[in-house]
Design a binder for this molecule. Structure first.
Ligand code: NAD
Length: 496
């Protein structure tokens, strides 16, 4: 029997998200009762009230996290026990898939099909993967002389402050929580004020899964209030930050002004997607570039926002992308067939339209799109936009737009392609399209980026590290390498 499609609008009408803080296993209001209304970018409807966490709330959350860490209720459990709890946590996320997906879509505007089929499963898989990994990581014995034994062990850093952005709230949260909790840390998570609800719900599910109270606390609020208080807190041992390069810079200042806590920054990007004339399949290259650029309304740190195309094939490439654009026309995010949803808020809409205007003013050619869409809904939508004739020194090529704007920059030869790709303050990802493996490999090696794709862009897996060169950040999320951020190495000499 075919199942009836879910009526997401009816479900949305019934949803009453709880925006209170979660500290020491309990929901509570902000110390001074402060709160703000959260509206949905889909249609402007009021979604709920969110506690406006401030320094006293952060103090309470950090104190709870510290107490939980110090008494060993989580850190001292055997890895196999932590594994069981995290596995249950991952299962609970999957069980709550529809509720979490709906919350994510209402909160930040992405299409429901992706919240349900990408974001929720990716968050669950991340936690399940770290759960599986935790009892398979061994410590080391150094190759020293015969009269002593030097043990090199990993210990949790202690209290981790996790500060995440609004574009993938659950996945970004899971990328911090997975390795931090698996290695025995306590966490205080500060979600973005623009998309706070799923993080709060995740913390409830973690408690239901058996995570002891105090180990995972959530303080919603604004960056300059709750975020700053957390990053400045003298009892926080490490900050796992994902967000803009501008705020990442602040994280380093806060650490230097407080306790020199470890700061791991995962920041912005302006990734180059390079198409050489010997690329085997221009149609697939165009499809991949458009799909990756317009996915999540272009609100992805790793979006291929600078597409460098050899001048001999650029006209054909541009035509192909332009022909694909209608497929990504924005629509109702609660309709299961919608490919592109709403931008997160009005300020993001204004920012994107301003970059589009800057491209026109600086002499780039808007081939398709370039306008606001679906104004009657009360939400924030922009057409999938394609610019040709972009120069790498234009604002739209240098700065992160964070919207559905694909910029084509033409190049003459391999050396110029490499120079243009590397001529950016960012270095998150890149892609090289060429039939010849020697060229692909040569160019991939020359690119200053944390991830380089060859003849594709969509492969992704929790098993590989994710992070950037240059001002795209330091440290790596995902994979076993993420353990480096949340553990201290200790050497213990034993006389034998
Ligand atoms: P943002 O820097 O404005 O905010 C990120 C988080 O930091 C939010 O929780 C915010 O409240 C908080 N914050 C803001 N100002 C603060 C301050 N002064 N002190 C402490 N906390 C503060 O970024 P955003 O607009 O939420 O997210 C978009 C950015 O995130 C883009 O630049 C994108 O490239 C980046 N991003 C990077 C990755 C990655 O893995 N490299 C992944 C996703 C997003």
């Amino acid at each position: 029997m075919p199942q009836n499609p879910i009526d997401w609008h009816a479900r949305a009408a019934d949803l009453q998200p709880d925006g209170r803080l979660l500290i020491d296993g309990r929901r509570c209001d902000a110390a001074d009762g402060a709160s703000f209304d959260k509206h949905s970018p889909i249609d402007g409807r009021r979604l709920g009230v969110v506690a406006r966490g401030m320094a006293p709330d952060v103090d309470r959350a950090v104190a709870a996290a510290r107490a939980a860490f110090d008494d060993g209720r989580w850190a001292h459990q055997p890895p196999a026990a932590r594994k069981k709890v995290l596995q249950r946590f991952a299962e609970k996320i999957l069980t709550a898939r529809e509720e979490l997906g709906l919350l994510e879509t209402l909160d930040m505007g992405k299409p429901i099909r992706y919240s349900i089929h990408v974001d929720v499963p990716a968050a669950a898989r991340c936690l399940a993967w770290y759960a599986e990994a935790v009892d398979k990581v061994y410590d080391e014995i150094a190759p020293t002389g015969p009269n002593a034994l030097a043990l090199i062990t990993r210990e949790p850093v202690g209290v981790v402050g996790a500060i995440v952005p609004w574009n993938y709230p659950m996945i970004m949260g899971a990328w911090k929580l997975g390795p931090a909790l698996a290695t025995g840390n306590s966490v205080v998570l500060k979600p973005s004020e623009k998309s706070p609800f799923t993080a709060l719900r995740l913390a409830e599910l973690a408690l239901e899964a058996g995570l002891p109270p105090g180990v995972f606390n959530v303080v919603p609020g604004y960056g300059h209030e709750a975020g700053e208080a957390l990053a400045l807190h003298a009892d926080v041992d490490a900050i796992g930050f994902t967000g803009s390069t501008r705020t990442g810079r602040r994280m380093l200042e806060y650490a230097s002004r407080s306790n020199l806590k470890r700061v791991y920054n995962e920041l912005g990007g302006k990734s180059a997607f390079i198409v050489f004339p010997d690329a085997d399949d221009l149609e697939r290259a165009a499809n991949t570039a458009a799909g990756a650029m317009y996915f999540n309304q272009g609100e992805s740190c790793n979006a291929p926002s600078r597409v460098l195309v050899h001048e001999s094939i650029a006209d054909e490439f541009v035509q192909r992308v332009a022909a694909l654009a209608p497929r990504f026309r924005p629509g109702d995010p609660l309709d299961a067939s919608t490919e592109m949803g709403a931008l997160v808020d009005e300020s993001q809409l204004r920012t994107v339209l301003d970059y589009i205007e800057s491209g026109r003013t600086e002499g780039a050619r808007c081939v398709t799109g370039g306008n606001q869409a679906l104004q009657h809904t009360g939400g924030y939508y922009v057409e999938p936009t394609l610019f040709d004739g972009v120069r790498n020194d234009m604002r739209m090529a240098r700065e992160e737009i964070f919207g559905p704007v694909l910029c084509v920059i033409r190049f003459k030869d391999e050396a110029e392609a490499i120079r243009l790709a590397n001529d950016s303050p960012y270095g998150l990802q890149a892609s090289v399209w060429s039939h010849h493996l020697d060229r692909a490999h040569r160019v991939a090696r020359a690119l200053r980026a944390g991830t380089v794709h060859v003849n594709q862009y969509d492969e992704d897996d929790i098993t590989v590290p994710f992070g950037g060169y240059k001002q795209s950040g330091n440290g790596r999320d995902k994979s076993l390498h993420a353990f480096d951020k949340y553990t201290e190495l200790k050497t213990t000499w034993l006389r034998i």
